[in-house]
Design a protein around this ligand. Structure first.
Ligand SMILES: *Cc1c(COP(=O)(O)O)cnc(C)c1O
Length: 526
């Protein structure tokens, strides 16, 4: 098999030394064959299906007939299966091991959810099916809405946004519509320095200018700075709670009061809802709009495993501006409000062509029902307990960014403990891969130097947490003992070596081009 290295500078070097004292002759290792890109394999004329010859007369497509090859590699079914299974074995997944990415809530995706989502009545439903044939699906959307509204203490919910960032857009569009309805279009949105990048990006996308709110030494919103920056041109504040440092915003009620006093709305980034679900209702805190990542808090797959889903709950002040569609109870059962007229005349429009990620609604609802109200409360409690366990176990070797008091659902460390070792946060993260652990979120939030943000979630057992902590403690010891070589070139044992991240960012090579490999054969007809 001829293999080209263009675009793959991370392939392990042939000369890499192995414990056995030799390298494999073909690049394979441990039952995992080395893999050419799918486009580099020959067999362009091949197909996995066997269609009978057509004896129909010549087509009537005229100019529309394809003249160039379609550019899809030819693979038989077993070849296609093996290619993708091998690729999956080169990557990480929540089904392989703990996935400690802070802020991402990489929890186990229960198989019961998958079973429910595959019920034909949900899985085979067409978005344009007559509503009389989709009553079950509408009932599920209605009940999911009920649970989301109850858990957040908010009167309205828009189900259609398709991710957290899409939900932020939905929330800010509702806020913009509410200000415009009052004839008071405002210009600015306030965002704390520790915010997720999507917050300022969303505000800018909606046309607002963004002003940063400073942070206190203990990692919370600086109230005095907030008060100073609020004014008659501020449309909204966007605050994450618990925030991205893994800390509860103690002054959240006061933050809401000051915001409302200035005539602005309170957008809460609800990506971290997992830490408080069942314990705190954001509506009680004065929140006006909040997205909920079903793919975080409510266990639907993400990180390559499935589409996101980001429903947005809205306060009474913003509810009239919620986007269509939504489910209502009619004389003949459930129906959808689709048109922004009459009672829905103030709706700002819609977020997507149809109703949202139905498959994710089913999974999230299955998750809620299988836990029940008490189970969801325990989710938050266990998530916080697990994070504090990790924080306590690692604090002797690594430096917690905010040592005072407990954290919420994630434990944040800075890199001051690595000072003088010659090992960077990045090196440390890459060395974790050699130990079989996916790195935590690194260099985020930006307000903490060399941040390492660990979110274990409630779905890890104490044994798993111990194995993880012991691996990190062993690595920390190696770093402090001056074993720099182990870190600098890591990962050594992964299928792919370390990327040149600067080159990858500056000159990303995102698509494969035929001149880089085997050219597709011309169409058989030509
Ligand atoms: C994940 C996350 C988002 C964005 O959610 P997506 O579903 O990835 O678009 C926004 N804010 C915070 C704090 C997050 O963790």
């Amino acid at each position: 098999m001829t293999m080209q290295n263009v675009g793959r500078p991370t392939r392990p070097e042939e000369t890499q030394s192995l414990d056995a004292g030799f390298t494999s002759l073909t690049g394979g290792r441990g039952l995992l064959q080395d893999e050419a890109l799918i486009f580099e394999r020959d067999g362009w004329g091949k197909t996995g299906v066997d269609l009978p010859k057509v004896d129909a007369p010549a087509d009537d497509l005229g100019e529309l007939v394809r003249r160039s090859p379609i550019g899809l590699p030819g693979l038989s079914e077993p070849e296609a299966m093996r290619h993708y299974v091998r690729l999956s074995q080169k990557n990480h997944a929540i089904d392989l091991a703990l996935y400690p990415l802070g802020s991402c809530t990489m929890k186990h995706n229960p198989r019961l959810n998958e079973k429910m989502a595959r019920l034909a009545g949900f899985a085979d439903l067409h978005p344009l099916a007559p509503l009389s044939t989709a009553q079950g699906a509408l009932t599920l959307m209605d009940r999911l809405s009920h649970w989301l509204k109850t858990l957040t203490g908010m009167p309205a919910v828009a189900l259609s946004p398709k991710a957290g960032a899409h939900g932020e857009l939905c929330g800010l569009l509702a806020i913009r519509a509410a200000h415009e309805a009052k004839g008071d279009p405002r210009r600015r949105v306030l965002v704390p320095t520790s915010a997720h990048g999507t917050n300022p990006a969303t505000a800018a996308f909606v046309g607002y200018s963004v002003t940063e709110i400073a942070q206190t030494d203990d990692g919370r919103v600086d109230l005095a700075d907030l008060a100073a920056k609020l004014g008659p041109d501020v449309a909204a504040i966007m605050v994450t709670n618990p925030n991205t440092c893994g800390l509860f915003e103690r002054d959240i009620i006061e933050i809401a009061r000051l915001t409302h006093e200035a005539g602005a709305y309170f957008y809460c980034d609800g990506a971290n809802f997992n830490a408080i679900v069942g314990r705190v209702r954001p509506g009680d805190l004065g929140v006006d709009a909040m997205h909920i990542n079903l793919h975080k808090t409510f266990s639907t797959p993400h990180g390559g495993g499935g589409p996101g889903s980001g429903p947005v709950v809205l306060s009474a002040a913003l509810a009239p501006f919620a986007p269509a569609p939504w489910v209502v109870h009619g004389a003949d059962g459930l129906t959808l409000v689709e048109e922004t007229v009459d009672a829905a005349a103030q709706a700002f429009g819609r977020m997507s062509a149809f109703h949202g990620q139905m498959g994710m609604f089913v999974r999230a609802y299955a998750y809620m029902r299988s836990h029940g109200a008490d189970g969801l409360r325990q989710v938050a409690e266990d998530a916080v307990l697990n994070a504090n366990y990790v924080k306590a176990r690692l604090s002797g070797s690594m430096t917690p960014a905010f040592p005072e008091g407990p954290c919420m659902h994630e434990a944040l460390f800075d890199d001051s403990w690595l000072e003088g070792t010659g090992v960077t946060t990045l090196d440390f993260a890459k060395a974790m891969i050699d130990e079989g652990f996916h790195p935590m979120t690194m260099y985020f939030p930006l307000v903490v130097h060399g941040a390492m943000l660990i979110e274990p979630t409630e779905t890890e057992s104490k044994q798993e947490l111990d194995r993880f902590c012991e691996a990190l403690l062993a690595l920390a010891e190696a770093a402090k003992a001056g074993d720099v070589e182990r870190f600098k070139g890591a990962p050594f044992l992964a299928p792919m070596r370390r990327l040149d991240e600067t080159l990858a960012a500056r000159k990303p090579r995102l698509t494969w081009k035929p001149d880089q490999g085997v050219a597709p054969a011309p169409l058989a007809a030509e």
